[in-house]
Design a protein around this ligand. Structure first.
Ligand code: BGC
Length: 475
């Protein structure tokens, strides 16, 4: 269904022929602006992931029933992930049916409603409704932003541009920790922490009104003239002709094979099924690295390592978030230079090694009452873990999912793969603390390392799904 053209615009063959047409990351302000506006979706994603741990401390002070119930606390935290699961699944369909622009606008409206509901919540139940709404918005945005950016990007810088959205996720997480610190002394603490996130959503809504629909989606919907108009803002005249021709051939081929797309068609056609397995598998592996146990619980992990002070724990988690964002910047560079596959495999290998180090330091620490050395070893493990995760397993799954599917299936396949990401996120986040309590933190990290070790074996062998990933990358 997807054609692989050696001379497709942006492919290395084409760029060897016309090196002067190659674009660099900072050459095109239009694409950079579009990426920055679309990336606000990533900012909302990251902010929402990071903010709740701090806000919850103050929500408990205001609502006695929340303080008394672990269950209510868990529901407040995880309702946003539940919303994101639904939002990602439905968001894929919205993307295909109504386009990337409308999907972004819808996500902004729902997200803004959610943040207002949370900020004004008179009781925990209204707050839970607000969390569900922002989760829906985040879920839709998590599918839409990477696809929208990918479809507007010249392919030689596509990985870097899509990874900018991951940088916005990690930046959003960092920002949420800072905002949590900033509002601790302000009356209405948690209402501010949760409410301010509506602002970027409103900003994105306004800017999006001035941005175009994705040129690939327009082409697919037979709106060629509009598509060419958008492409002419991105490419100079010489390359524009080739890009338009490439899209025309591709969309003709796809049109012949597909009429109306249904969810189960994904499993009917072998090539799409394999691409989906590769994409969804990557999303699951990303979450089973345990990244969100670190994002949600890093202060707790630091305390488990023997550092009891709250301030130190918070400071170290802020440093972890900053490292995560800095590592993503490296990923933006590497993804188009080293390639997705190599980057993911090296990153995974480093993550597993760091998990083993974490496991050893936690296990040794429990048999050593002094804590000092092993505590620092655990912090080193945490730092290495983030250093390896952030340039590779952070951005690669989102990037690969934005580019491996044929145009007609990009929304639903990307949406279903994102749903796999959010479901895996929920499973890991919900089970980490209880497994750590039952088996010990050291063994828990060892289990994660083992799961990831198996996936590394899968990825480095030429399994069917990994070759599907390679063969469809020419989109
Ligand atoms: C993941 C998120 C995670 C973040 C951490 C993203 O790529 O999808 O679940 O919180 O990285 O930086």
């Amino acid at each position: 269904m997807t054609i692989i053209m050696q001379s497709a615009p942006g492919s290395s063959g084409y760029l060897d022929l016309y090196p002067e047409r190659k674009m660099s990351l900072f050459k095109n302000p239009y694409i950079l602006g579009l990426t920055a506006v679309a990336g606000i979706g990533g900012l909302l994603f990251g902010y929402d992931t990071g903010v709740i741990s701090g806000a919850l401390l103050y929500i408990k002070d205001d609502f006695q029933e929340v303080k008394d119930s672990n269950f209510l606390q868990e529901v407040i935290v995880s309702m946003a992930v539940v919303g994101a699961i639904i939002g990602a699944a439905v968001g894929g369909w919205i993307n295909d049916a109504y386009g990337r622009k409308k999907a972004t606008l819808i996500a902004d409206v729902i997200f803004t409603m959610g943040s207002v509901v949370m900020a004004a919540a008179p009781d925990p139940y209204v707050l839970i409704l607000g969390r569900l709404l922002v989760g829906l918005g985040v879920g839709i945005a998590s599918v839409t932003a990477p696809v929208y950016i990918a479809e507007a990007s010249p392919s030689e810088i596509r990985g870097g541009l899509v990874s900018t959205n991951t940088l916005m996720i990690t930046g959003g997480q960092f920002l949420s920790y800072l905002i949590n610190l900033a509002f601790t002394q302000v009356p209405g603490t948690w209402r501010w922490m949760l409410g301010v996130s509506g602002l970027p959503a409103v900003i994105q809504f306004v800017f999006m009104l001035f941005l175009p629909e994705s040129p690939r989606w327009l082409f697919m919907k037979d709106r060629q003239n509009e598509a060419v108009n958008v492409l002419s803002k991105i490419y100079d005249f010489a390359r524009l002709e080739d890009e338009v021709e490439f899209l025309r051939v591709q969309s003709e081929q796809d049109h012949q094979k597909t009429k109306e797309i249904k969810y189960w068609d994904v499993f009917k056609f072998k090539q799409i099924r394999l691409a989906f397995l590769a994409g969804a598998g990557l999303q699951a592996f990303q979450q089973f690295t345990g990244i969100n146990t670190v994002m949600y619980y890093s202060p707790t992990i630091v305390q488990m390592a023997g550092f009891r002070s709250n301030e130190l724990a918070l400071l170290l988690s802020l440093i972890v978030a900053a490292m995560n964002a800095a590592g993503t910047v490296l990923g933006i560079y590497l993804i188009d230079h080293a390639g997705r596959r190599k980057l993911a495999l090296y990153s995974l290998a480093g993550v597993i090694t760091s998990l083993i180090l974490l496991s050893v330091s936690f296990s040794s620490q429990s048999s050593d009452s002094t804590n000092g050395l092993y505590g620092w070893l655990a912090i080193l493990g945490l730092a290495l873990y983030i250093a390896f995760f952030s340039p590779g397993m952070g951005p690669v799954p989102w990037t690969v999912n934005s580019e491996i599917y044929p145009e007609e299936y990009r929304g639903i396949c990307g949406g279903m793969a994102a749903t796999v990401n959010w479901v895996s996120n929920l499973i890991v986040a919900q089970s980490f603390l209880s497994i750590a309590a039952a088996l010990g933190t050291g063994s828990t990290f060892l289990i994660i390392a083992d799961v990831e070790g198996k996936s590394l074996g899968q990825g480095s062998n030429h399994t069917k799904s990994s070759s599907a990933w390679k063969s469809t990358l020419a989109v």
